[in-house]
Design a protein around this ligand. Sequence first.
Ligand code: MN
Length: 429
Amino acid sequence: MDFKFIHAADLHIDSPMRGLSAYDGAPLERLRSATRQTLISLVDLAIEEQVALVLYVGDIFDGDWADFHTGQFFREQNVRLVREGIRVYIVKGNHDAESQITKVLPKVEGVHIFDHKRCESQEIPELKVALHGQSFKQRAVTDDLAADYPVAKEDWFNIGLLHTCLTPETAGTHLPYAPTSVTTLASKGYDYFALGHVHQRQVVREDSPRIVFPGNLQGRHANEPGTKGCELVTVRDGHIESQHVSLERVRWHRLAIDATDLANVDMLAVACAAQLQAQFSDAPEPLHAVRVKVHGQSELARIEAAQRGTVEAAVRAAAQDLQGLDVWIEKVELELSAPVDRTELARRGDALSEVVRLVDELAGDDIAVLTWVRAELQDLKELPVELTSLAPASLDADALRELLADAEATVLAKMPVGKSDQTKQEKAT
Ligand SMILES: [Mn+2]
């Protein structure tokens, strides 16, 4: 029997986008509603494609609902699906584990939530489909849940649902959440393993079984960049055709701008606009939220040192000038240094060469850098509470070296670095 299904995970509906209100001009409403809008799009897609099943593989919610509206919204989308004859299967993940969600809403007929005590199998005889899954009982699950999943029901199409960090390799920095292995998953003889938890889409194995992390439905910050969405899977004569469908309303990006050859704000704005246009023109739909890093040895370092905020303002201006694209600059990071030849500078024997030599001397020696910076800054009055972690006494040698390099860059950027007589001549004319 041929049929289609949708596999999604990590919806994190109503996930609070922390710290966003701190950004000037942030499109707060669009960002906050994005997790909901993407789910509505998913349901639209399911109905349009006439899928038989929708699978949600954990972390549908970010944690306990702030109020009933979050659960009510999800329920409403499920009602839309079951009215069209589409069945919904859910396993709970670490964020929405059995113990995490305290509020209860009446069940929806046609929506099945897998048990958290043991692996459970669900059968759909008219499609000859068997689904196997287990929910998270609490936030941390260190057991290999998959180990207890049953072997495939013979001659049926078998789907496993599992919220898991899988292995340390696939999980990256994720802590062990129902860790398992590809070998264990493959040993069950299923056709498709629908995973959840890892927010970056990943096809772990192409077939027998196909094992997929669909990624989250909507990125939540600059560290979840790129397109996000669900898997639309077509099963034809037992064979799988699968595609990723983009659904995100806000697409996050990190953009690096090499400022080496950019000598003023106009050049920066032109370069920035060109890069934004080139990267996003094929996707006019979502709001593009961009973290921009301006880096390199550039005149812009001096311009910025003379008037703080100039570079950021120019980047934001570039976004304003774009046509037919929705771009919001989330943050501008600077890694600029003035275009100077440090080696040459160190040889000159003036005040600036003193600075360069001192920095080099200190940077090579952990104890020297610690002692010197602390002694120089000892008169610094107490920092406000929120900055105490940055107090010189609590920083290590590497952090202080970085601070020192930063200070040097600022000093050099503020100083005219041409030969001193040349500088006088310039001033005279
Ligand atoms: Mn998770």
